[in-house]
Design a protein around this ligand. Structure first.
Ligand code: ADP
Length: 165
C-alpha cells in the first residue's frame, strides 16, 4: 500500500502547542507529514522563514515521520511538486471556518485533485494562536504553557525578559 502523506502548511510565526497538537493527531491518520512554512514577507512576520523552520525542526525532532520545509507562491503548486494529494489544516473556532473554507475552495478550483483535510483543535488549545503568543511575549507575559521551549527562548531573545518585580 502506498504511503499516506500530507502537507501541513501555515505561517507558524511561531509554532505553538496548538500546531503541534494537530500535527501529533495528524500522524494517527497520515504516515508522513511535511510541514510547509509559507515564506510570506507580506504578512510582516516576527520570525524569518529560516527561524520558523529552525524552531519547527527543534519542536518536532522527536517525530520521525515529520519533515519541515518552506515554500513560496501557490500552495497547490508546492503540493503538486511534492507529489502529495492532501493538505492538512487545523480548525479552531467559527472564525477559522470561514477563512479555511475560502482557502480550501480556491485551492480546489486551482487543482481539483488536491483535498484539504481538517482536524478540530483540542479544547485545551482552542484559544491559542501565534498572534496571541506574540502579543503576550511582547508585553513580558509567560508563554511557557503555550509554546515549546526553543520558541519560548526565541521570543525572550526577540522581546527581552520581563524583570521579576
Ligand atoms: P496561517 O497563516 O496559514 O493561518 P498559522 O500558522 O496561523 O498559519 O496556522 C496554520 C494552521 O494551523 C491553520 O490551519 C490553523 O488553523 C492551525 N492552527 C493554528 N493554531 C491552532 C490551534 N491552537 N489549534 C488547532 N489548529 C491550529
Amino acid at each position: 500500500m502506498s504511503e499516506r502523506i500530507a502537507v501541513y502548511p501555515g505561517s507558524f510565526d511561531p509554532v505553538t502547542y496548538g500546531h503541534l497538537d494537530i500535527l501529533q493527531r495528524g500522524l494517527s491518520v497520515f504516515d508522513q507529514i511535511i510541514i510547509a512554512v509559507l515564506n510570506n514577507s507580506s504578512k510582516n512576520p516576527l520570525f524569518t522563514v529560516e527561524e520558523r523552520v529552525d524552531l519547527l525542526k527543534k519542536a518536532t525532532a522527536h517525530l520521525d515521520s515529520v519533515t519541515v520545509d518552506s515554500f513560496e507562491g501557490l500552495l497547490v503548486d508546492y503540493v503538486q511538486k511534492k507529489k502529495v494529494g492532501i493538505v492538512l489544516r487545523g480548525l479552531r473556532a467559527i472564525s477559522d471556518f470561514e477563512y479555511e473554507l475560502q482557502i480550501a475552495a480556491i485551492n480546489k478550483s486551482l487543482n481539483p485533485k488536491i483535498e484539504t483535510c481538517f482536524m478540530m483543535t483540542s479544547n485545551h488549545y482552542s484559544f491559542l494562536s501565534s498572534s496571541m503568543v506574540k502579543e503576550a511575549a511582547m508585553y513580558g507575559g509567560s508563554v511557557h504553557e503555550l509554546v515549546p521551549e526553543p520558541v519560548e527562548k526565541a521570543l525572550v531573545h526577540k522581546f527581552g525578559k520581563r524583570s521579576s518585580v
